[in-house]
Design a protein. Structure first.
Length: 166
């Protein structure tokens, strides 16, 4: 499943939460209607993300954090083993950001879904990831565990916390 950066057009999309989540089931489906299994999967993912209580609300009326949960539920409908998140916390306040990261960790731990996240927030990446791929203008600058990243040249330059003598 893929969770892209949101555009204004997406934020203003005139659909219910349920319709947006169900749209994640469209990958490879045949026919114009959702199956019972599709609806069940959408409901399960809405429950998992605690958004069943807003299932009939308009997507565009939601807060940024609620919209991200809806889009994550949609991505989960399309995902079997992998979630690709592109700057998923852009525009979210610090409290909602922390909650979103906790949710991603829980999905990874409990559902076994691998998560690849694009982020420019090194501090949050270091706090929430178990592996870091640091890309620079010359390509891969580092790939490995968070602990090793903090000891690397790239980690010391960007995170400012690592020491090579640790």
């Amino acid at each position: 499943g893929y969770l892209p950066q949101q555009t204004q057009a997406q934020r203003d999309f005139p659909a219910t939460v349920r319709e947006v989540v169900l749209s994640g089931c469209l990958n490879g489906s045949k026919g114009p209607f959702y199956s019972r299994a599709d609806r069940s999967l959408a409901n399960k993912n809405m429950e998992k993300l605690s958004i069943t209580n807003i299932a009939n609300r308009s997507y565009r009326e939601l807060s940024g954090g609620q919209q991200q949960r809806v889009l994550l539920a949609r991505a989960l409908c399309a995902a079997k083993e992998l979630l690709l998140l592109d700057e998923p916390v852009t525009g979210l306040d610090p409290v909602v950001t922390a909650e979103f990261y906790r949710l991603i960790k829980k999905l990874n731990r409990d559902s076994g879904i691998a998560v690849i996240m694009v982020s420019h927030d090194i501090e949050c990446a270091v706090e929430n990831a178990n592996k870091i791929l640091h890309l620079g203008s010359r390509g891969v600058e580092f790939f490995g565990t968070t602990e090793d990243y903090l000891k690397s040249d790239a980690g010391r330059r960007f995170a400012g916390r690592g020491r090579s003598d640790v």
